[in-house]
Ligand binder design. Structure first.
Ligand code: CP
Ligand code: NVA
Length: 314
């Protein structure tokens, strides 16, 4: 079954979609879809026998942690959950030393932390592939799952209108890059002071121009959602921003994905959210539980996306 993996990504880090070409992103999406089908058919595929993934978590996680661990197991390998506070990095051992030591035991490391630079440093000093399981700046594994979900429901990627409403955060950054690279029309609506970072916007704009997509930034949720094929949101206060929760609820109040906003989208539009969701804040209960919501397919697809990434790079 080795012909399944048509990627040429062995040994690569997976830190950001910046580093992946449109073709490589699409190959991962297609591999994820194939692995999903295989799993549904009860066929086992174990290219990672004897391989171990270390998973360092400095922030909470349900989906990323469990789907990577289950995914490694399904691919014939093994995963180790490493709470950062229990490692010596929690007591100040440098990431450079941790990287070199763990490289002697493991075949890959997944890390979820705050600073993206920390993950880059880990990758620089490790000689095994490093996977970014979320930083303050990016959440790239989520976007492979999101693209799988969109392709499943819409049968295409290029040419679709993708609207994101809410905070210009790590999800926004990764979605902008990923969706622009596959040729979508990306619309991002955030409050003025919560727009995505300018350097990442510039990068996504360039990617959109190169690949037949578009990028629109606005402060008007209605403009973003109008006739969209996909309506997506995320929490208004990401991990690490707990202290700003209340003030953010006020600032973002008019950026809620509710039925009135969704009515402006294409009738067949799907609603996405990486989860965890805060009902009554960024999304209403009726919309997330409604017929257009695909959030649990999206969550399931983390498993298939992660298996694709692991099978490709480890
Ligand atoms: N969407 C996502 O990354 O979920 P977790 O925080 O539960 O991993
Ligand atoms: N933006 C959110 C995503 C959670 C998966 C966060 O960083 O907390």
């Amino acid at each position: 079954m080795s012909e399944l993996n048509k990627t040429n990504l062995k040994g690569r880090d997976f830190l950001s979609l910046k580093d992946y070409s449109p073709q490589e992103i699409i190959q991962l999406v297609d591999l994820g879809l194939e692995l999903k089908q295989l799993k549904k058919n009860g066929v086992s595929y174990k290219p990672l026998e004897g391989k171990t993934l270390g998973m360092i978590f400095q922030k909470s996680s349900t989906r990323t942690r469990v789907s990577f661990e289950a995914g490694m197991y399904q691919l014939g390998g093994h995963a180790l959950f490493l709470n950062a506070n229990d490692l010596q990095i929690g007591r100040g051992e440098p990431i450079e030393d941790t990287a070199r030591v763990l490289s002697r035991y493991l075949d890959g490391i997944l890390i979820r932390t705050y600073s993206h630079e920390e993950v880059e440093k880990l990758a620089q000093y490790a000689d095994i592939p490093i996977i970014n399981g979320l930083t303050d700046e990016f959440h790239p594994t989520q976007v492979i799952a999101d693209l799988i979900t969109i392709k499943e429901h819409k049968k295409q990627l290029a040419g679709l209108k993708f609207a994101y409403v809410g905070d210009g955060n790590n999800m926004t950054h990764s979605l902008m890059i990923g969706c622009a690279k596959v040729g979508m029309e990306v619309r991002i609506a955030t409050p003025h002071d919560y727009a995505p970072k300018a350097d990442i916007v510039a990068l996504a704009k360039e990617a959109a121009e190169k690949n037949g997509g578009k990028l629109l930034l606005t402060t008007d949720p209605k403009e973003a959602v109008s006739e969209a094929d996909i309506v997506c949101t995320d929490t208004w206060a990401s991990m690490g921003q707990e202290a700003e929760k209340e003030i953010r609820q006020k600032i973002f109040a008019s950026y809620q994905v509710n039925q009135a906003l969704l009515n402006l989208a294409n009738k067949e539009a799907i609603v996405m959210h990486c989860l965890p969701a805060y009902r009554g804040m960024e999304i209403t209960n009726d919309v997330i539980e409604g017929a257009q919501s695909v959030v649990f397919d999206e969550a399931e697809n983390r498993l298939h996306a992660h298996k694709a990434i692991l099978a490709a790079i480890l």
